[in-house]
Design a protein around this ligand. Structure first.
Ligand code: FUC
Length: 914
């Protein structure tokens, strides 16, 4: 097991930051159950439940460059706009992104991909030089950003927030002395040229920026209103600026918009310039946003914003025992993983992913793309698209487990528009690949997209396979499964799954007695050179199909639906053949594969995509009730190695390793990600460049939740894969399927306190070592009846609104697994000799086998006292392949979680049998 041997960092002694010691940790000594959800430290800052301020801070502005933007600017957002604040002194720079401002091909230059376009660069000219005490921050508890410094005997401060309820960004500028605030507000429009035109003008207190992006004929507008207290204000119409001089303070409000709408017309219209035809110019909308906000006081706007933001953010807290560091965030990132602030960065990065999702995924606005809602470029990486072979799904990976389910509404809104086009593709693909199964009335469901942008879903590419559709509907299923809201299931979730199953049921073809995808691919892998990607029945497609059929049938049962199509899905389900275990004991990616990675010369055995494991995460097909498959997942992960340096792949592997209950291996990926991919502003760098991709930011949060709480297969399991690097800690408010809100406290790697709030009632199956031997009460001290399912699992019929508290959990010591299992074919073809290295605390051993691709093991022999066994059976001649596993059993009857494993392959006839 890994030991935590961080070097003590000399940065710790950095005296210039001693003043930050004033942040007093107020509540650390209180028990978790008596902790408030939020608190205020003695400097007035809001903190989380552990009395800790979660913030990013720096003692200098971000450099005014693209590198400064990606590495050091502070991101904010409210779904309507993304904002990057530089914190400049002489000139402040605020860069704004609006996700529907999208460009595609450059006119007369052939096909040249563009993408989301930088909406505005807004400058505040102060002219200040020679300042002291500079600091800028993003406070995650408050949802606010600040800049503070002294200049010429005056303390200047700025406060920024982006409000979802009021649809604006608000900035408050202050000077500590009356009449000392002077500045010019100067919004500009970047990248004017062949595809973008417009102008900026000012009148009264408002600057208006408006223009047209030609390719999709997008009209866009931004309005910037200045509300000073005291002083004078002048607008320069021609220069598009507003200048304030000698004021006491000022508020700036910003609203932006385009004529984009969530309307099927956008995707059903082929001609790019006609897609938004007839939609109103954004002028009235933006004017209304600004007028409505300006009618409220700054304090009211701030209160609205914080009520909305904190309602989401405050639901979850995580304490890994970190203390608030005295070094700035950039120093902390550079010092990781050897700095004394490593735990703090691990806590902060977890919450930062939640923060980014709150900024970029709000109902009624476009969902987060590859860069979330932040883009400074005219040609952003991969055009800031929605890629459905991992990236979008990763963006939404933490939305349910990190307790913000309503943020999925943003994607659901977008999906419900582009699905109209995907229905047309479904018919087209069936005409091409499965004409006999076409529905005569054209009711063929919808097919899965690979990439999408706000204006187009271009249909299939061989890169990803048809499984992407089921991967999308899996997010919808989880939306129900984590909320258990039957109205939501009936109205929003079920139609998506049912229609997807409709397409799949027509698309699959009967081959060798099973139903397979044809054509089929495994995301981003090439079978032969760069020419061939497509084959038949990849594990990716088959698993996805299987899960969606399965979930659709479960949903139909809940809703009491019954029809002929459902009967067909039921018949098809067992034929969807989702898992094949290969000769290395791996989950095969391709049917062509025998030993790991041998399906073709161009297969990359260490590829970033690990699509054949999706049934274990985010899927539920492979779970603790399918231990042989779970072991095959582990084997596959081991063979995949840690060599990929891609941010999102590292994030995904945190979750995969968590699902196979190896918290230490999972933790190494979190560490690699923070050390190798996190920039100074905590943006994830995809693979050097730096090239920002938000997916791993979201994915890291999701990965960490998997270490702390899992709930697949109707079992709620707190702390299922706790890393040894986190011996003590607590969390509050993570969400489990069934809509159970779970909190936990642990010490020395053992849970000392568990709490489950049942938000909608229902059966709670709770799994934790010795949980059934603990004290279980309701929060108000009433005793609780439960079904005992062995010492490690129990089942409670919960009451809606009731909180269940588990204390006095007897400590458990894991049983060490045996090692080094050897298999020898013994003399005859019907005998195998097994031997293994035993462990001191074992009183006996259990021997299991899983034949072929069986999901579970059969117990072959128990109470084996020796470390060897001779297995003899007639059926050996018929068996091609088996996985063997030996576990150790201690005198208290506890069995080792893991075991020694080995693959047995039928000896070939030419091989001498020893
Ligand atoms: C997928 C990934 C890449 C990258 C790109 C945007 O194609 O395989 O790593 O994230 O999307």
């Amino acid at each position: 097991m890994r030991q935590d041997n961080w070097k003590k960092s000399k940065l710790n002694d950095n005296m210039k930051t001693m003043r930050r010691l004033t942040i007093v940790i107020l509540f650390v000594s209180l028990g978790l159950h008596s902790l408030p959800l939020s608190a205020t430290a003695d400097d007035g800052k809001r903190t989380d439940a552990e009395g800790k301020t979660l913030r990013l801070w720096y003692d200098e502005p971000a450099p005014d460059s693209d590198a400064g933007w990606v590495n050091r600017s502070i991101p904010m957002g409210n779904g309507y706009m993304g904002v990057n604040v530089f914190g400049g002194i002489e000139t402040e720079r605020i860069q704004i992104t609006e996700n529907s401002l999208y460009d595609w091909a450059a006119k007369n230059t052939g096909f040249k991909r563009r993408g989301v376009n930088n909406f505005a660069e807004v400058y505040l000219d102060y002219g200040h030089k020679n300042v002291s005490g500079y600091e800028r921050e993003l406070n995650l508890n408050e949802g606010l950003s600040h800049v503070n410094y002294h200049h010429d005997g005056v303390e200047y401060s700025r406060e920024y927030f982006t409000s979802y309820p009021d649809k604006v960004m608000a900035i408050r500028l202050n000077a500590s002395k009356a009449g000392k605030l002077s500045f010019t507000l100067r919004p500009t429009m970047p990248f004017l040229g062949d595809s973008k035109s417009g102008d900026v003008s000012a009148m009264g207190d408002t600057v208006t920026l408006s223009g047209v992006m030609t390719y999709f004929d997008i009209k866009f507008e931004g309005q910037f209103k200045v509300i000073p207290t005291g002083g004078q204000m002048n607008a320069s119409k021609r220069e598009g600026t507003v200048t304030v001089s000698g004021a006491d303070s000022a508020v700036i409000l910003i609203a932006v918009g385009t004529n984009y709408q969530f309307d099927p017309q956008v995707f059903l219209t082929k001609e790019p310039a006609d897609k938004l035809k007839g939609f109103p110019d954004p002028h009235d909308k933006v004017t209304d946003y600004l007028a409505d906000a300006a009618a409220k006081s700054y304090e009211q706007l701030l209160a609205n914003h914080q009520a909305d933001y904190q309602n989401l953010f405050d639901r979850v807290s995580l304490d890994l025992g970190a203390e608030v560091p005295m070094i700035s965030t950039d120093e902390m990132v550079d010092a990781y993983p050897d700095g004394s602030s490593s735990r703090y960065l691990e806590e902060l990065a977890f919450q930062f992913g939640r923060y980014m999702l709150i900024c970029s995924s709000r109902a009624g606005t476009l969902p987060p793309h590859l860069q979330g809602i932040w883009n400074v470029y005219a040609r952003p990486p991969w055009s800031s698209q929605y890629l459905h072979d991992t990236n979008v799904q990763m963006a939404y990976a933490p939305v349910f487990s990190a307790n913000m389910p309503e943020l999925f509404e943003s994607y659901a809104g977008f999906f419900n528009v582009f699905v109209h086009r995907q229905r047309e593709y479904a018919t087209q693909y069936l005409e091409q690949y499965s004409p006999a199964q076409l529905d005569p009335s054209g009711d063929n469901g919808w097919s899965g997209p690979f990439w999408a942008n706000p204006y187009d879903v271009p249909g299939k590419t061989p890169i990803a396979g048809f499984g992407t559709g089921c991967w999308i509907s899996q997010m919808f299923w989880d939306y129900y499964d984590y909320t258990r809201d039957e109205t939501l299931l009936a109205e929003t979730v079920y139609p998506v799954m049912y229609e997807q199953a409709n397409f799949v049921s027509r698309f699959v073809q009967e081959i060798d007695g099973v139903l397979l995808a044809k054509p089929s691919s495994s995301p981003e892998q090439y079978l032969e050179g760069r020419r061939k990607r497509e084959t038949i029945g990849t594990t990716f497609d088959q698993q996805m199909f299987y899960e969606n059929h399965h979930n659709t049938l479960t949903a139909a049962k809940i809703l009491g639906r019954n029809d002929d199509r459902l009967k067909l899905y039921e018949k098809q389900l067992p034929l969807l053949d989702p898992i094949h275990v290969g000769k290395s004991g791996q989950i095969k990616e391709f049917r062509e594969e025998e030993f790991y990675g041998d399906a073709g010369k161009s297969i990359d055995p260490h590829h970033r995509h690990t699509s054949m494991l999706l049934g274990s995460y985010p899927g539920q097909l492979i779970n603790d009730s399918t231990p042989a498959w779970l072991d095959a997942v582990k084997t596959t992960l081991t063979l995949r190695t840690r060599s990929s340096n891609i941010g999102w792949a590292r994030a995904e592997r945190i979750a995969f390793w968590a699902r196979v209950h190896d918290g230490d291996e999972a933790y190494l990926f979190y560490r690699d990600l923070l050390a190798g991919n996190y920039l100074h502003n905590l943006f994830n760098d995809h693979r050097g460049g730096p090239l920002f991709q938000a997916d791993a930011n979201y994915g890291a949060t999701a990965g960490v939740t998997e270490l702390l709480l899992q709930s697949q297969d109707y079992v709620v399991a707190p702390l299922p894969a706790l890393p040894t690097a986190w011996p003590d800690g607590s969390y509050r408010g993570l969400l489990a399927r069934g809509n159970f809100e779970v909190s936990a406290q642990w010490s020395g790697g053992q849970a000392t306190y568990l709490e489950v709030l049942s938000k909608v009632g229902g059966t709670l199956n709770l799994r934790y070592p010795n949980v059934a031997k603990s004290v279980i009460k309701t929060k108000d001290g009433q005793s609780v009846t439960f079904d005992f399912k062995g010492s490690d699992e129990l089942s409670i019929e919960t009451t809606q609104g009731q909180t269940y508290v588990i204390t006095n959990i007897p400590a458990h010591v894991r049983v060490t697994a045996p090692a080094n299992l050897k298999l020898v074919n013994a003399g005859k073809t019907d005998q195998i000799k097994l031997s293994w290295t035993g462990v001191p605390d074992a009183t006996s051993y259990n021997l299991y086998r899983a034949v072929g691709s069986a999901p579970d093991y059969e117990l072959v022999a128990s109470k084996i006292k020796d470390t060897a066994f001779v297995y003899q059976a007639d059926d050996l001649k018929q068996i091609e392949q088996m996985t063997w596993k030996v576990t150790a059993v201690r005198n208290d009857e506890r069995e080792s979680d893991d075991g020694a494993k080995a693959i047995w392959l039928k000896p070939s006839p030419h091989e001498p049998i020893n």
